[in-house]
Design a protein around this ligand. Structure first.
Ligand code: NAG
Ligand code: NAG
Length: 274
């Protein structure tokens, strides 16, 4: 009897230690440096950079559980080109002239880890979006394009990462001027082709977000252009109808969580060669 009691005590001691180990010792973290990161490039303008929770230039600091930090599992390439644990606002030192809030990036990363934990070990997010940027500014050879290429290069340096997709949310600026809206489709298609060529990945998946809003009157024209892209492995998710901040231009935190989930769903469902 005493012997059984002892066995039982050891058994519980084992369970308690095991529980502690699982919950408190970060197993992945110890060798995450050696794991090849699944890299996602985040590019576009303010709604990719994130303005969720920003009102009159102040961010409310609200971080819902869906976008929590996952140490060692979700990393971010900072403005200083080094990896660190990712947290919103992901673009604070990238779109540094603006007040950044919540974007879709952390919701996306959390959702793909939840959706397919075997496929994705360590997610490496590479924020590159700049508020107010028009499609012309993203053309090959320009400052924003070159900045993206430089950051993408660092992200895969030494075989430490593989670029899995570009996540693109842009076009609000191109709704102001009719000729910008009219030429949007051609410029967007050109951009996607240039990125694929220069990243040496001809079928790299591009997940783009169709506009929920715009700075001008030609929102529908740009949306049509986005939905009309005729390239393989370009998937369009649609932000139309999602909740906007009082400025009528930027998505709220809740809406950004939804965009992140839609982007993740597109990746998880895709037959793209990831
Ligand atoms: C911030 O503004 C300065 C001055 O206009 C400019 O030189 C710099 O490129 C801007 N930075 C970003 C990230 O847009
Ligand atoms: C619209 O954009 C085009 C090309 O970017 C430019 O040439 C033209 O002056 C702009 N028109 C207006 C009204 O701003």
């Amino acid at each position: 009897m005493a012997n059984n009691g002892l066995k039982l005590s050891f058994f519980f001691l084992f369970i308690i230690s095991y529980e502690y180990w699982v919950n408190h010792v970060n197993i992945v973290d110890t060798n995450s440096a050696d794991l090849v990161k699944d890299v996602f490039i985040l590019a576009g303008q303010s709604n990719m950079a994130g303005r969720g929770g920003v009102i009159d230039g102040y961010w409310d600091g609200v971080i819902p559980p869906e976008i929590r930090t996952r140490p060692g599992k979700i990393l971010r390439l900072g403005g200083d080109l080094s990896w660190e644990d990712a947290a919103e606002p992901l673009h604070s030192d990238i779109d540094a002239n603006k007040t950044c809030g919540v974007g879709p990036g952390m919701a996306f990363a959390n959702a793909i880890l939840r959706g397919d934990p075997r496929r994705f070990a360590v997610v490496g997010l590479v924020p590159c979006a700049i508020g107010g940027s028009g499609i012309e500014e993203w053309s090959r050879g320009g400052r924003l394009y070159d900045g993206l290429m430089r950051r993408a290069g660092v992200a895969v340096e030494g075989g430490g990462g593989k670029i899995r997709a570009v996540l693109w949310f842009q076009g609000e600026r191109d709704t102001v001027n009719r000729s910008d809206a009219e030429s949007y489709k051609e410029k967007l298609q050109r951009l996607f082709m240039d990125l694929r060529a220069d990243l040496n990945s001809p079928l790299l998946p591009v997940i783009q977000v169709a506009l929920a809003s715009g700075e001008g009157a030609y929102v529908e024209m740009v949306r049509e252009a986005q939905h009309g892209i005729e390239l393989p492995n370009v998937i369009t998710v649609d932000a139309k109808g999602l909740e906007l901040q009082p400025d009528g231009l930027h998505l709220s935190t809740r809406a950004q969580l939804r965009v992140g989930e839609m982007l993740a769903h597109a990746i998880l469902q895709s037959n793209c060669s990831l």
